[in-house]
Each structure stands twice: as C-alpha cells, then as structure tokens.
Design a binder for this molecule. Structure first.
Ligand code: FAD
Length: 508
C-alpha cells in the first residue's frame, strides 16, 4: 500500500521537499476536523481562511499530479479527529507507512507521537523545513541565563544566517535602531492601500456553519481578505516591500483611531500557515535596503520581528511546554470584561482594537500589547482566559507563537522569563502613541473621578500591588520612584477608584 503523508492546516508550504517528486505510492492527506475547529473558539475568518487555503493547496497538488485525500468538515465518514481519521485511512488504503511533518503545537506533537507509537504501520516524522532555528535553538543559545533576552538570540541569528551583516559587523554599525523608531503617526505619510486579495468564500462558510462550528467575529465570507495561495502571499509581500516597508520602522509602535494597518505587513497568516518562508521575507526586506529602496532602520526593525521575535518565541514555547500555558506568576484571577467579546466599551482605544479584531481578525502588535493586553494585565485578568482569547480571535493565532506573546510578553505570567518588565502603562503612553484619546469620553489626564481614563488608576494600583515583586527590577525603578512620590492620600484615593473600576469592569 501507499505511504500516507499528513498535512496539517498550518503546513501549507507548496515548496516543502515532500513535493519535489511525484510519487504514485504517496497519498497526501488533509482534513478539516472538529478537533481543530473546537479546541478553542476561533474567529470565523480564521476557520474560513485555513480551510480555504487547505483546499487551494489540495487542488494545486492534484493539478501537479499528486494523489490527495481531502476530508471535508461535512464528510459523513469523518471521525472528526486527526488520529481517528488516520486510523480509518490507514486501513482503507492498506497503507504501508504514515508520515507527518513536526507540528508546531505541543498538543499535536504529543498526540501524533503517541498515536505513532501504537500504530499498526511505521510512522515517521519529518521536518517542516520552515523555521531558521531548531526547536531547541533558543534553549541552546540562552541556557544558563535567568532572563531569556531576545536581543542575544537575535544577534546570534544575524551572524549565523548572515542577515544585515557587513563582514562581522552589523550593517550600519548598529544592531538596533529603536531610537529612530517609535514615533506617533500624524496622518503622513499616507497609509498605503490594502494589498490583500479579496475572495468570495460564501459557499465554504455555509458548509462550516451547517456543520455547527461555533466561531467569533465577522466571517466577511463574501470579501475574505486573506491570501490563500503562495502566489497571493507573494503579491502581498511585494506590495508591502514597495509601499509600507520604507515607513515600517518609525511607525511600528504607532496607534491610529482611523487607520488599522498603518505600515504593518499583515503577513503573519501567510507566514504561520507556511505559504511564505521566513527566509524569503527577510531576504526581500534586506534587498530593499541594499538597493536603496528602504532605510536601514525600517528594514532592521522588520527583520528583527521575523528573524528575532518569531524564532525566539517558538524556542521559548518548546523549552517550556507543557505547563507554560498554565503559568500565572501574578496570581491573577479576574474574568475578562464581557466587552472583549463584542467591543462594547466606551474606552476609545479598546473599542477600536477589539472592534477591528472582531471585524477583521487582525490588530497590530501595539494594539495587542499596549491596548488589550495592557488593560487585561492592569485589571488582573486570569492569564489562561486571556490566552484563550488571543488564541481564538486572531487570524495568525497558533499556540507556539500566541502563548509566549500572551503569557510571557503581555501578561508577565511566566514571572519575567521573556519580558524584562511587565508591559503596563497609564493613559499617557496611549495618548503619546496615538489619537484615540481625542475620540474618547474618558480623560487621559485624570486619575480619579467619573471621567478619568481607567488605565490611570489601574496602572498606579498595579504598581502599588506589585511593588515588592518589581522592586528588584532596575527597569521598573523610574515607575516605582513616581509611585513613591505620590501623596499617601492621593494613592489611597487612586487605589480605591481602581477597586471601583474593577467592580464594574463590564460596564466601562
Ligand atoms: P508586522 O508588524 O508586519 O511584523 C512582521 C512579522 O513579524 C509578523 O507577520 C510576524 O510573523 C512577526 N512578528 C512580529 N512581532 C512578533 C512577535 N512578537 N512574535 C512573533 N512574531 C512576530 N503573532 C502571531 O503570529 N500569532 C499570534 O497568535 C500572536 N499573538 C500575539 C498576542 C499578543 C498578546 C501579542 C502582544 C502579540 C502577538 N503576536 C502574535 C505577535 C504580533 O503582534 C503579530 O505577529 C503581528 O501583529 C502580526 O501582524 P503583521 O503581520 O502585520 O506584523
């Protein structure tokens, strides 16, 4: 019998070595299963885009002469689990062997490993040929350090992969151009047009709904804006490099009430489902600098996200799973406010970030970190629930990248392994980096009272609450000095207001 080769929904790389030769004795297996639609409640566009991209790859493989078995979500013979279907298909084809690519999620890695150990045929795992560092690359680079500082790992990666290097020195003589970046955006330069494709996926959406899959957010099935093939992803990459990359650096931390993408690439979906290889995205960005089409500060800032952060969070994930998703170093227990699920809050920045998320399954990094993440942390929300929210609502949310960002970087639930300090701020940061406050009924300059921006009291209360734990951290010294300068009565009133805000968090 043939060899069955399993392709997961985020393993859609048409350039994988598997496809290098056409083999009559190989059947590629793709499955839309309830196990994967239901492990968390996903955004409608995420389910839709993944299934649509899987279908597109299957079609492409068939057109290239490969054998494909595609199990649709409404296939009556489906057992609705990966291993249930693998059992059935192994028997059906009298398969001689089963192969799969190393999954990026611990959950699926464990599942397939255990299944393989008892399977009636030999089961082999191969590399997904996607990442630049191995699973244990970060562990090896940073073993022995108490804090896993991304910058150390990133510089090693720059040297090792010879990215933005002039000989042994970093291009431009500097590893980091953050000082040139981090500017607010005042409407200029204009946001480039949205380069993403537009798909009518209404038929597939009806199938998903009829199957009873529960989702969040707007499916936008008649105008689905995510790339579903490698060709579409490459076109989006081209447009990004030409029109947005030159301005990426200065505005990567900016917030806008009216413009949702600014100069971000929105390539995370294409990268995470492997339509694009990180190496080619990095190479395109570097080439734009070398040809004089984009400044080094922007190119370095962008490369850092992919060669640095993306590979780094994956290493953190594999070093600390299982268990990482249950961490709760600050003992936070509160539920997320209800309006995380419908956007119905008066706070303009949160309303915009959540509203945009539900409408488009996307928010850029600073919205995730300094708006929704910051607020959940200040309020004291249960990091496991925060984790499930982020794992569901974003088009690019896969646990290996989402969990370290949410639990480590954003919620400080790992006690500072990843983030050198908790990412918390009062309203002043949000006011400096964006224009939401002008459209908000809350006042960013007030600390207490009906009209005071809730970020303020919650911020000071957070610092007061966590004072002991944060005192040893030199990066917190300035914030804590400000706290210590506050009059005791002022602090008491601020903390009292924070408690009142917590009590009516659902109504903010
Ligand atoms: P750009 O700003 O254009 O950046 C380019 C690419 O760099 C991204 O496509 C992405 O692949 C990579 N990248 C940038 N920042 C990070 C980062 N911190 N970690 C890993 N890769 C990064 N990213 C995900 O891909 N999936 C997630 O589920 C996810 N969850 C997040 C949750 C929280 C709480 C936070 C704070 C961040 C999360 N991120 C996640 C990281 C980051 O916000 C997104 O990768 C980014 O916003 C995607 O938009 P973009 O493609 O326009 O990115």
């Amino acid at each position: 019998g043939p060899t069955l080769r399993l392709l997961l929904g985020d393993q859609l790389d048409p350039l994988h070595p598997w496809f290098g030769e056409r083999r009559a004795d190989v059947v590629y297996v793709l499955m839309e299963v309830r196990q994967e639609t239901d492990y968390v409640r996903h955004h409608a566009q995420k389910v839709l885009a993944i299934f649509a991209a899987m279908r597109a790859l299957a079609q492409q493989l068939r057109a290239n002469g490969h054998r494909v078995r595609y199990v649709t979500i409404d296939d009556p013979s489906s057992r609705q689990t990966l291993t249930g279907n693998l059992d059935a298909l192994t028997r059906h084809y009298r398969a001689a062997a089963v192969e799969y690519q190393h999954p990026d999620e611990w959950r699926l890695d464990a599942l397939l490993r255990e299944w393989g150990a008892d399977a009636p045929v030999p089961v082999r795992a191969v590399d997904s040929a996607h990442f630049l560092a191995p699973r244990d690359g970060v562990t090896r680079a940073l073993a022995g350090h108490r804090q896993w500082v991304m910058e150390h790992f990133y510089r090693r990666m720059r040297r090792q992969h010879r990215v933005l290097m002039d000989g042994d020195a970093p291009a431009g003589g500097q590893w980091n151009f953050d000082a040139d970046n981090r500017q607010p955006w005042r409407g200029e330069p204009p946001e480039p047009p949205d380069p993403r494709p537009c798909h009518d996926q209404q038929a597939l959406w009806r199938t998903i709904e009829a199957a009873g899959v529960a989702t969040i957010g707007d499916p936008q099935a008649d105008t689905l804006r995510w790339p579903l093939t490698r060709a579409e992803a490459l076109a989006q990459l081209d447009a990004f490099v030409a029109h947005a990359l030159p301005h990426f650096g200065p505005y990567q931390d900016a917030l806008s009430h009216t413009h949702t993408r600014l100069f971000h690439s929105q390539l995370s979906f294409a990268l995470n489902v492997k339509l694009l290889h990180p190496r080619e995205v990095i190479a395109r960005a570097e080439a734009a600098w070398r040809s004089g089409d984009a400044p080094l500060a922007s190119v370095e800032g962008f490369v850092r996200q992919i060669l640095g952060w993306r590979e780094y969070v994956r290493g953190v994930y594999w070093a600390h799973m299982p268990g990482y998703t249950a961490r709760n170093a600050l003992g936070h227990q509160r539920p997320l406010p209800r309006w995380y699920w419908d956007g119905q809050t008066r706070m303009a920045c949160l309303r915009a970030a959540i509203g945009q998320t539900l409408a488009g399954a996307y928010a850029h990094h600073i919205q995730r970190l300094m708006v929704t993440g910051n607020f959940a942390l200040l309020l004291g929300c249960d990091p496991a629930e925060v984790h499930r929210w982020y794992l569901g609502v974003y088009i690019d949310a896969f646990e290996w990248v989402e969990a370290p960002n949410t639990l480590g970087m954003s919620q400080w639930a790992d006690g500072g392994l990843m983030a050198t300090k908790p990412y918390v701020s009062s309203a002043s940061y949000l006011q400096r980096m964006g224009d939401h406050c002008r459209a908000c009924p809350y006042d960013p300059r007030q600390r207490v009272g009906e009209r005071a921006c809730p970020f303020n009291a919650l911020y000071w209360d957070f610092l007061a609450r966590q004072r002991e734990r944060l005192a040893a951290n030199p990066r917190m010294a300035m914030m804590l000095r400000q706290l210590d300068r506050m009059e005791p009565e002022t602090l008491a009133a601020t903390r009292q207001h924070a408690e009142a805000l917590r009590q009516r968090a659902d109504a903010l």
